[in-house]
Ligand binder design. Sequence first.
Ligand code: A3P
Ligand code: MG
Ligand code: MG
Length: 385
Amino acid sequence: LPKTETDEHYILRTNNADSKLALPVQPDYYDKSFPDYRQPVEIGCFSLDSNRQLFNDARQLKYCVKPTSKNPNFNLRDGYKDRYIKRNDNIKEKLDHILKWILLNKHKFPTLSGDDKSPALSNQLHTDFITWRGHLTKILTTPYENREGWMLAVTLFHGTYYMSEVETEEARRQREQRTEMQEELIYGGYKFEQYLCADKPGGNPNPAGVVNTNEAFCCVVRTRLNGHSLVFSGEVDCKDNSDPRLKAPQCYVELKTSREIYTPNQERNFHRFKLIKWWAQSFLPGVPRIITGFRDDNGMVVSLQSFETMKIHHLVKNERNCWKPAVCLNFCNDFLSFVKKVVTHDDHRMVTLFSWEPGKDISYTVHTDRTYAFLPDWYVENMII
Ligand code: A3P
Ligand code: MG
Ligand code: MG
């Protein structure tokens, strides 16, 4: 029988011959009161242009334009064949954009000296975790996920844990075997953004333009989950410019598409499996609103609906065996504690690879060859504040 060890706030199992720790994921373990999650603060942003070149500004930020009709008839397939420039997803950028942003914004990290004018020379970011929002979304939803596993590479460098996803074999297979129909649906998600967004405040959307998925606007936020300080970046779809009092990230809006719901069963699946992902993605950076376009099977948007991130859970809590935000956050908190417990060597070349497959505990392997190393030399050499 697996030995169970109770820690202050999480349970770890030692269930293999070399007595490595493993973290269970079952929701029951994490079903307790909501942990402390500090209001995320935007500390910066960056833009990626059509060549995935990074700019330390908001030039790619889009402004959402509310359609006047509730029945907008957007054609999400329009342009798929001839006005689509698709990002090359064989290129793995890992944390590179965030690292570049950090080097350009070192002054935004606290120093121990407390003197803003002449901060002491330091190589510490005084931040526990640096990662992508999307990686945290996957962690948050793990207790309820039963299809897709994940792998996260973690390196401890100058006191900060860097977490970068590694694509699983299964995910790569799925990606390479996508059907034309799946590709067109993915395109539709971006096309929807084009119908709702203008390049400039007060401007109009241009549905006749090209959809280029290389371009992106990303915000960088700082927050804290219990004892873990986090800085992460996430792509932001657009800004609602109608209320100038709203500061980022409160002014940001997430855009989504989903198939029209016809049956109670479809609604249940939407609540149980889709809204959890939408909630986690927007909750993490503090994006308050999600505008959804429901499409029919011809790819036409037939209705629009706005969801408030903080109210999503009220919509779903009557479903049997439904997900709970507190479980997601408690699990994330314990996963981050688990990472701190397991990864203790401060070495930019060393990677601890955390892996999870549905139905299993989270396990890890340690790699000292460069197979999974993801901190580039240009970052390591310049990481002096
Ligand atoms: P939908 O959001 O309408 O599904 P995001 O919603 O995160 O801003 O992403 C924009 C679009 O990118 C999505 O539209 C979807 O088409 C595509 N997309 C996002 N995550 C994806 C993934 N893991 N695999 C494939 N496509 C994805
Ligand atoms: Mg997006
Ligand atoms: Mg979106």
